[in-house]
Design a protein around this ligand. Structure first.
Ligand code: FAD
Length: 318
């Protein structure tokens, strides 16, 4: 059976959930082989094996830490040469998409980004994408080279399928061209203690209906009662009520959680573009004609200042 490379997204060996989703999807296409770059493979390998990695190709070079992504492209290239895979799957983060694009150019392959599903096809993997502000669903396949596909977080439920997961060292030569820039310092963002927006299983978002920045506390309280991430519409972000890093939509982040709760958001097409693939959508809006209700699985026509605290109280009491 052909091997399928899965690029591992991790923090010092703690594997992030999108990688487990990719390992689950990769099993539809062949035997998953994890590509682990950086420190912590000892921590990661048992988890990768639990989710089906038949082997783990690992490399930890100083260049991964103090340069941008390009040395990782050298490593992925080496992994492709080693495994001759049927496909390369990469999580659809900003870094993942840059890495995938650079790899596809390097190996002369076609690239599909932001897939929400991947399945085996007669002529290679077929990826499903949601396009044009989620107005259309397309199914595509790469017709040239090793398919490189980025997959959005929450596209599949991770399922364990224990495999051997032997760790093998990957020989990587970092070319001079890959050292063009160097990271001088890093300042970690202050943690909110909430899950990362694009990976969260539940997202609670607030919009202009909140009226001012202070009222986002209502959204945060509901999010915390559910263990959710907080999102915002562009109107709320442009008003300075919430940081741009939390903006959901065409010019913000694209999320695909199990549950998306929109409070005081009208549901403009540009907002929908970033959340329409959510599994279940709940809207709270005082205007029963708001476009968000065309999309919502459950809707509450009411004042968010009454509905949201009641919801938080009810969830917290359970
Ligand atoms: P509004 O459209 O003003 O809606 C507020 C809603 O709150 C209304 O439906 C109202 O009925 C409701 N409301 C008011 N008070 C209450 C209350 N007390 N209780 C309950 N409901 C209440 N937008 C994005 O979100 N993300 C993007 O990435 C994005 N990118 C864009 C890119 C371009 C090129 C352009 C042109 C626009 C983009 N927009 C984006 C903006 C988008 O068109 C909308 O203007 C924006 O989404 C509106 O935000 P909103 O729903 O919070 O505000």
């Amino acid at each position: 059976m052909a091997e399928v490379l899965v690029y591992v997204d991790h923090v010092n060996g703690t594997v992030r959930k999108p990688t487990l989703e990719l390992l689950t999807l990769a099993r539809r296409l062949g035997e998953p082989v994890a590509v682990f770059l950086g420190p912590g493979v000892g921590t990661a390998a048992p988890v990768l094996a639990e989710y089906g990695a038949v082997r783990v190709l690992a490399a930890d070079l100083p260049e991964f830490a103090d340069h941008f992504l390009v040395p990782r492209v050298d490593a992925l290239r080496a992994a492709v040469d080693t495994a001759s895979p049927a496909a390369v799957l990469v999580p659809s983060s900003a870094d993942g998409k840059e890495l995938a694009a650079r790899l596809a150019v390097r190996i002369g392959s076609g690239l599909i980004t932001d897939a929400v599903d991947v399945e085996a096809g007669e002529h290679g993997p077929v990826a499903t994408q949601s396009v044009f502000a989620a107005e259309f669903t397309t199914r595509s396949r790469v017709t040239r080279g090793v398919p490189v596909i980025t997959v959005k977080p929450n596209s599949a439920a991770p399922e364990a399928a224990p495999a051997v997961g032997t760790v093998e060292q990957l020989a990587v030569t970092v070319g001079e061209a890959s050292r063009g820039t160097r990271i001088v310092s890093r300042t970690p963002r202050e943690s909110t203690g909430r899950p990362e927006l694009t990976e969260a299983a539940i997202v609670v978002s607030g919009g202009r209906g909140l009226g001012d920045a202070g009222n986002f506390a209502l959204i945060e309280a509901l999010a915390d009662s559910l263990g959710a991430a907080v999102g915002a519409s562009r109107a709320a972000v442009d008003a300075g009520w919430y940081p741009h890093t939390s903006q959901v939509g065409q010019t913000g982040k694209s999320v695909s959680p199990q549950l998306y709760i929109a409070a005081g958001i009208s549901g403009a097409i540009q907002h929908r573009a970033g959340m329409q693939t959510s599994r279940t959508i709940v809207a709270v809006n005082k205007d029963g004609e708001a476009p968000i209700f065309e999309l919502a699985d459950y809707g509450v026509v009411g004042d968010l200042f009454q509905v949201v605290p009641q919801l938080t109280e009810e969830i917290a009491s359970r």
